[in-house]
Design a protein. Structure first.
Length: 290
């Protein structure tokens, strides 16, 4: 998808030329800034709507609403869309503490205010009682126009947004030697201790609350809501998509809102699923990992 785009070609070229992942991410920052425009976002949105696999995707409750830009064996580019929860509680975590294993991550906030995030040192020690220790390395608000680079194996956590926020994210395989970790771990504070749940167990627990039809509807609504918010206006293209006889019902519904100009409400996702109904606040994490 969009491989022949000039800016994407530049990122691919940098990825091929630079073996050091952190240097690659630093040198890619100026390109990421150019990918956060309405024109390019519109091109990506339309490319996704021409992808039948995307149109028929069954979204999980724990999926971040997103648009795919480009992916190969070395890099992955996406737009992520974060919506405020019904509770409006920006002190609460959106997800459990986690790392992205061998992948380095750049995130560029190109729309909205941003979100608070906490990052940790790579070293995670295990106590005799089975709990864990982490040390906070960064504790900051990832604000509009900012780019943050998260090194491979560095745990992090993000918190609820106060306003609709969108990021451009770039993943690539990092330089750090592969650690002795077979599965991604997810961590959470509990009564002053830090506990862990493996990724497979997390997915099993999260899927207990899953309803693919409802989740897909909300994710599609979220994407169309965001495109309306950012000012997407190519009605002639959307009308062509709407003429497809096999267009999924939810896409038909929300794309019709885009064409008509009727206001699309921001959907509310179940904010407890991705934290497994646990209370995970900024202060809880600071107190546990100080």
């Amino acid at each position: 998808m969009l491989k022949k785009n000039t800016l994407i070609s530049k990122i691919i070229q940098l990825s091929n030329e630079l073996e050091d992942s952190l240097i690659f991410h630093k040198k890619s920052q100026y390109i990421l800034k150019e990918l956060g425009t309405l024109d390019f976002l519109s091109e990506v949105f339309e490319a996704n709507l021409l992808d039948n696999l995307f149109l028929r995707k069954k979204w999980n409750s724990f999926d971040i609403p997103h648009l795919s830009i480009y992916t190969n064996d070395d890099i992955d580019l996406k737009y992520h869309i974060f919506l405020p929860p019904k509770s409006k509680n920006i002190e609460m975590a959106s997800y459990l503490i986690h790392h992205h294993m061998e992948y380095t991550l750049s995130s560029y906030v190109f729309f909205g205010e941003g979100y608070h995030t906490i990052q940790f040192d790579k070293e995670i020690t295990t106590n005799s009682d089975g709990t864990f220790n982490m040390k906070i390395s960064k504790d900051f608000f990832h604000a509009y126009s900012g780019i943050n680079i998260l090194d491979s194996w560095c745990p992090h956590v993000i918190f609820n947004v106060s306003t609709t926020t969108a990021t451009l994210v770039l993943w690539s395989k990092g330089n750090t030697p592969v650690m002795d970790v077979k599965k991604r771990g997810n961590y959470y504070p509990d009564k002053g201790n830090l506990n862990k749940i493996d990724e497979e167990e997390f997915i099993i627990e999260a899927k207990k609350e899953d309803n693919y039809i409802e989740n897909s509807e909300k994710h599609i609504q979220a994407i169309c809501y965001f495109m309306q918010e950012i000012g997407y206006k190519n009605n002639s293209f959307i009308k062509q998509i709407l003429q497809s006889s096999d267009l999924p019902e939810s896409w038909n519904k929300w794309l019709s809102f885009l064409v008509s100009g009727d206001y699309i409400d921001s959907p509310y996702f179940n904010e407890e699923i991705n934290i497994l109904k646990k209370h995970i606040s900024i202060s809880d994490i600071r107190n546990t990992c100080s």
